[in-house]
Design a protein around this ligand. Structure first.
Ligand code: NOJ
Ligand code: CA
Length: 678
């Protein structure tokens, strides 16, 4: 393939104009020298970038460029007109997160390019080089020949220098981000959502994703040949996938590169490539857990709609508030509380009114009751994909939430991919994609509107996460994967390896509202989850979200008092996080230190096989003795048998000099709480 393409390119160039002189490559390395990039212009005037790590090629020369709907593409006839290099090193603090302090140390290389054609369009490719990878983006200044830009697609390539194993989800299918992961050779990927995580043949791990997806459409990738992936932007409502006026830039195209899977997880590259907090003081948001009038609906026993099975009744919500208060759980989510669910809400949210409770949900009484009990309600805004209808009621919806003492709202966009309803001020209707340019802006409008009322939000069926929680720290969580709800349904439960896939793929996007903790291990019609009970506890450490659900029902939690202690104890905000070991899709062990305390929590999950995992406790403070409360799979635990509830709860005194060897049962995991011993 390659030689043919080269010949064609050369042929066209020769027919139109004499070949350009090859320019010397422009290169730069990360401040520590680990990762290097070079930008070259070939004899055709085509720009390509390449990435090496420790001198080894990771990305072979890969094209840069754009296709427009109404203009000549930016592809050949480019020349480098200048370059700038600058170093940056700063440590910033997250208001909440997996790490309190984050070092942002990079070298930036700006390469200025210009077309040698009559259009003479100019742009800059900016690279930021980190010890653990690289981000780059295109920046277009305002210019006469690009006053309005209609991007048909981005021609950015990612030509991996080796084959490897890729973990990926298909893009552009009806169910959005909610697919299981494919594990295939990189050379067999078709069209994938990012992050795509790859273990190259030599063992190097790479995660391909993007950062700061603002006013642009989300980038999927399509394999063009061999091990080369190319950007494939999410469609817009019209012909152009992205429309711009004046100056513009793309999001950062990111490659996290590490020796192993834990190294990928530890990267801060995505957050660092986002703009600092634009909301100011968000200390009004306190990370915490939530119970919810939910699992019974997801299982089909209660309904969101009014009627005999209605879940969000005053009596039911009171019982959930009692449960939360008794267990120190600060929030209670209520779904189906508002007018709009009775008809055809699914993919059609026109009737949804987020300031109008149903008559059997006494908001005044419940707000007062919750307040008395020290609990807050979490409101739910299910848009059914009617995004403009939602925007039109932002003010009354967030005011209603604030007036009733809410700190958090959960949003939802249940409709098939490409079916979001946008209505422009002139009344014209368009269908948009969840990950398209218009929705990228919609979510920022949600963040801004909610922030005015000091409301944080957790979006389901969202756009992918690209680190915007740094800029809008009230965007505290999102779904965007197959969460626990799939385990309620009969149509195919999440397999045991699912979470060990998620942590190295979806979790790279940031907080994940997976909704752990189904201790009953029962979904609809008494169907079994493919999990042990210890694994459900482990998920509170393994999966990160500042708002973490207790997904099961109060009745079920009452049956597991010993396990409940761990759920009560585990925090949702961390000073520090360390991945102790892991292989994508096989197992994962993580240690997290609580913020504002000395406690450490360790969580591990496996897959369908048993694993024995040994790790050092050298993250503990030396010289201190810790009481370890260990919740592990019982010796006979197995997700395939009626021993899935078998658990051993033990306590030990340990120090930073100790190591632990733990067994994970098939479908299992373990959770450990380490607190300074008295
Ligand atoms: C799908 C969401 O993931 C789930 O959490 C929610 O309960 C339903 N939609 C209804 O909005
Ligand atoms: Ca969902």
């Amino acid at each position: 393939m390659k030689p043919i393409r080269f010949a064609l390119g050369l042929g066209l160039a020769l027919a139109s104009a004499p070949a350009l002189a090859q320019q010397a490559p422009v290169t730069a390395s990360s401040p520590d020298g680990t990762v290097s990039v070079s930008l070259t212009i070939d004899g055709d005037g085509r720009a390509a970038y390449a990435v090496t790590r420790k001198g080894k090629p990771i990305i072979a020369p890969s094209r840069l460029g754009f296709l427009f709907t109404d203009e000549a593409k930016i592809d050949r006839r480019l020349t480098v007109t200048g370059q700038e290099v600058r170093d940056f090193d700063e440590t910033w603090t997250q208001p909440w997160g997996e790490w309190a302090n984050i070092r942002n140390r990079y070298r930036e290389l700006k390469v200025h390019l210009k077309e040698t054609t009559a259009l003479a369009r100019v742009f800059t490719v900016t690279f930021r080089l980190y010890e653990d990878g690289v981000g780059f983006r295109y920046e277009f200044p305002n210019q006469p020949n690009m006053a309005k830009t209609n991007v048909a697609d981005e021609l950015t390539e990612f030509a991996f220098a080796q084959d490897g194993t890729a973990w990926w989800k298909p893009a552009f299918l009806w169910n959005r981000e909610e697919y299981l992961y494919n594990k295939t050779p990189l050379s067999s990927v078709s069209t994938a959502d990012t992050p795509v995580t790859i273990k190259l043949a030599d063992g190097t791990h790479v995660a391909l994703h993007e950062a700061a997806l603002v006013d642009y459409s989300g980038m999927a990738v399509t394999r063009t040949e061999g091990t080369t992936l190319r950007a494939n932007l999410t469609p817009g409502a019209g012909e152009a996938k992205v429309r711009k006026t004046g100056a513009w830039n793309t999001p950062w195209r990111t490659l996290i590169i590490a020796d192993d899977a834990p190294g990928i997880y530890q990267s801060h590259l995505m957050l660092n490539l986002n703009e600092p907090n634009k909301l100011g003081d968000v200390s009004w948001f306190k990370p915490g857990k939530f119970a919810g009038v939910w699992w019974n609906m997801i299982k089909g026993e209660w309904s969101w709609a009014r009627g005999p099975k209605h879940g969000a009744t005053t009596a039911n919500v009171k019982a959930y508030i009692d449960f939360a208060a008794a267990n120190g759980i600060p929030h209670v989510l209520v779904e189906g509380w508002n007018v709009g669910w009775d008809g055809d809400w699914f993919g059609n949210g026109w009737d949804m009114d987020f300031a109008k409770p149903t008559e059997d949900f006494d908001i005044k009484a419940l707000a007062a009751y919750a307040k008395k009990k020290g609990v807050r309600l979490i409101g739910h805004h299910e848009t059914g994909g009617a995004a403009t209808h939602y925007e039109n009621q932002f003010d009354k919806a967030f005011k209603f939430a604030a007036d009733n003492g809410y700190m958090v709202v959960k949003t939802g966009y249940v409709t098939d991919a490409g079916q979001i309803e946008r209505v422009d001020p002139d009344g014209k209707k368009y269908r948009e994609w969840h990950e398209g340019q218009w929705m990228s802006n919609h979510f920022i409008r949600v963040a801004q509107a909610a922030a005015k009322y000091r409301i944080a939000f957790d979006s389901h069926e969202p756009i992918k996460g690209t680190g915007l929680q740094r800029t809008y720290p009230n965007w505290v969580a999102r779904e965007g994967m197959r969460g626990m709800e799939y385990n309620a349904w009969l149509g195919g439960k999440n397999p045991p390896e699912h979470e060990a896939n998620l942590v190295f793929t979806r979790m790279l996007e940031g907080p994940m509202d997976f909704t752990p903790g189904v201790l009953s291990l029962k979904g609809a019609e008494n169907s079994d989850l493919l999990s042990t009970v210890a694994k459900q506890l482990a998920l509170y450490v393994v999966i990160y979200s500042p708002v973490q659900m207790l997904a099961d029902t109060p009745e079920n939690y009452a049956k597991f008092p010993a396990e409940m202690k761990f759920i009560r104890d585990v925090p949702t905000d961390w000073q520090e996080t360390r991945v102790l070991n892991g292989e994508i899709g096989d197992y994962f062990t993580i240690a997290r230190k609580e913020r504002g305390g000395e406690g450490w929590y360790v969580g591990a999950v496996g897959d369908e096989n048993a694993h024995t995992i040994a790790f050092k406790l050298d993250f503990l403070t030396p010289g201190k003795r810790y009481k370890a409360e260990i919740y592990r799979d019982g010796d006979d635990a197995d997700y395939r048998t009626d021993k899935r509830h078998s658990i051993a709860i033990e306590s030990k005194v340990l120090t930073s000099a100790d190591s632990l060897t733990m067994r994970i049962a098939p479908g299992g995991g373990f959770a450990i709480r380490l607190v300074p011993a008295k």
